[in-house]
Ligand binder design. Structure first.
Ligand code: FE2
Ligand code: FE2
Length: 239
């Protein structure tokens, strides 16, 4: 049996084109995926009205969804809020019962929050995986032993060689080694607004921006990932 996962990223509601959102909605509905993996940056500025639009869009698809935050989903300019309660708006929007694991057949989508409120370098948009988050993820993966596990994380833990000036997340290499040890099949990410599959253990699947006008050299799109007994296949779709 083939399972199909729609991998969306970087929706950036607040700066999106409503016509593109409607095209995306129709395309996902006609693809009839078994699950949705949404790898962060739902909003432009983490405003409640942007979260409301993004969550209304996702819920209307009526597909089990695993959603993780991106750097745009914690306040950027409101430093008071960023430091004291960076995920309050995010949590209020997705709700207290939002799943950290979504099961589809013999596969599991597992959440990893890579956002950070501040870092010891000026690029605060770069993410990281503090040791306690890595340990929590390891425990979640061990509880899913026997399933095919796919981790969903906004920031790619491995970067393409031709992306200059972007910092890899803090503790990316250690986290990838842990995920390889736990036999994670792939990591689904966004943030760079470009698509591709970066080989390695585990491979990193990049989704382009689904709706943002910040295109960074590539048009809007999303990934349809087919999981079969032979492995996974990624088909990039245009929005
Ligand atoms: Fe983004
Ligand atoms: Fe991002």
């Amino acid at each position: 049996m083939t399972l199909r996962v729609a991998h969306l990223s970087d929706l950036h509601f607040g700066e999106h084109d409503p016509a593109a959102a409607e095209r995306l909605r129709q395309a996902i509905l006609s693809a009839r995926p078994d699950a949705l993996a949404v790898s962060g940056d739902l909003t432009r500025d983490a405003r409640p009205e942007e979260f409301a639009q993004a969550l209304a869009f996702l819920r209307a698809l009526e597909v089990p969804a695993l959603v993780v935050p991106g750097n745009h989903d914690i306040p950027r300019w409101d430093l008071w809020r960023r430091f004291l309660a960076p995920r309050r708006r995010w949590r209020a929007a997705i709700g207290p019962d939002a799943p950290e694991v979504v099961l589809a057949g013999d596969a599991a989508l597992v959440a990893l929050d890579t956002t950070r409120r501040a870092q010891w370098h000026p690029d605060w948009s770069a993410g990281g995986v503090p040791p306690e988050r890595a340990e929590r993820l390891r425990a979640a993966l061990r509880a899913l032993a026997g399933r095919r596990c796919f981790v969903v994380a906004h920031h790619p833990l491995r970067h393409p060689p031709d992306v200059p000036g972007r910092r890899a997340p803090v503790r990316a290499a250690e986290t990838l080694a842990m995920l390889a040890g736990e036999r994670v099949e792939a990591v689904l990410s966004g943030h760079l607004h470009r698509s591709g599959v970066l080989p390695g253990a585990p491979p990193v699947i990049l989704a382009p921006s689904a709706l943002s006008p910040r295109l960074k050299g590539e048009g809007n799109g999303w990934n349809l990932i087919a999981l079969s007994a032979e492995g996974f296949a990624v088909e990039r779709q245009a929005t």
